[in-house]
Write a protein that binds this ligand. Sequence first.
Ligand code: 4AD
Ligand code: MG
Length: 463
Amino acid sequence: MIKRKRIAELIESNDFGSEVTIMGWVKTKRDSKGGFSFLEINDGSTIKNIQVIAEGTMANYTDEILKLTTGCSVIVKGILAESPGKGQRIEVQATEVNVAGWTDPDTYPLQKKRHSFEYLRTIAHLRPRTNTFGAVARIRNALSYAIHSFFQERGFLYLHSPIITGSNCEGAGDMFKVTTLDLQGLKNKGGEVDFTGDFFGKPANLTVSGQLEAEVYALALGNVYTFGPTFRAENSNTYRHLAEFWMVEPEMAFCDLKENVDLGEALIKSTLAYILTNCKDDIDFFNSFVDKNLISTIDTIINNDFERLTYTEAIEILLKAKKQFEFTPAWGSDIQSEHERYLCEYFKRPVAVTDYPKEIKPFYMKVNKDNKTVKAMDILLPGIGEIIGGSQREDVYDTLLNRIKEASLDPADYWWYLDLRKHGTAIHSGFGLGFERLMQLVTGLSNIRDVIPFPRTPKNLEF
Ligand code: 4AD
Ligand code: MG
């Protein structure tokens, strides 16, 4: 393979006069009256293009270089030089331009004009070649790295929780079924499905959360985290829900609710700071073209303490609000996204709400002494709403057993989870952070479908 230089590296280089090879895609071409052409090449390593000068004396100038259009792939050999022109510091004076792949300008869908995000979703196989989606991909990569670094630096162990499960963490009915049964055949028989003939001999699902398995490992290894895909078959077509999304789930033994909130706040601040420092060009792009307040919003989050209040206090604030809500706030009802927005605006910073009524939260959350609320915590972000959901876990066997029964779940399905409370139980806590919602915060992109490469939503499984 020919040794190529990445454009990200070249644009920082002062190695003028050296011979370089670059490989990438033509963004634009401009032919000069002086009988030579300017090519803007991008290779995905940075949002910046590199300018290539192709002289008319080159052997394939008329037959090939003049025919290049946006989207063609090229291999360019040339000399790195200081650029006399405006807008760039360096350029490549080509000695060879080889066309790797042509495209037909009449059918190539990415022309120089700006396309709507809706349209780009229909060409998800080509959208990574746009400035926006290239930047999303680079930031997604950097944000993943920042998350791993955050936990690794603190001694957390990365746990691979299973994707296929036989249990239901959130106790809700929104799971995708996994089966090898002949569904066509089943339809004709009617009646109850016999799962004994299925692959696992019992019903199986795609996981909605790695939490229960993370608790197993936290109660042996101390601090662990998972970071993987999770699946929810909820039929919600919103700007912040996906059927397949990535979740970060730390779980800590000997950790209470307050320390859990502290970790959530530290994780958000630390990863945001990493992106501001390490993805500067891409963040500047989003700040210019997507949300003019992006950098100042991120700065405000990094530099202020998160507000902490209980659910009961939050409801009091909502009841006093002059605003007319679609859903009237009431103690015992869930906090709706319009309420989340109001609370973040009220405090002008992220808000951690704790101690929700037990009736509206899952079985595994630790019941408070009042027997009415549980040690739950949600972290809400301005413009995004809920980014983190978590809790201190119920560590007392009998209480947990009752909660499982109250939730109409079968204790037999949770025998191993209950067993942990019989053998060396400990106070422990954890949370789940929605990775795509953090991506929305960092990019300012309002639709969650635009921060994941191939979004899965109801009735949408192209690509
Ligand atoms: O609040 P959730 O449902 O919490 C759990 O699943 C816990 N078992 C986590 C834990 O304690 N280990 O989900 C956690 C976060 C939400 O706050 C949200 O950011 C994100 O996951 N999330 C979604 N993101 C995109 N699309 C969806 N459909 C999401 N559902 C939840
Ligand atoms: Mg939640």
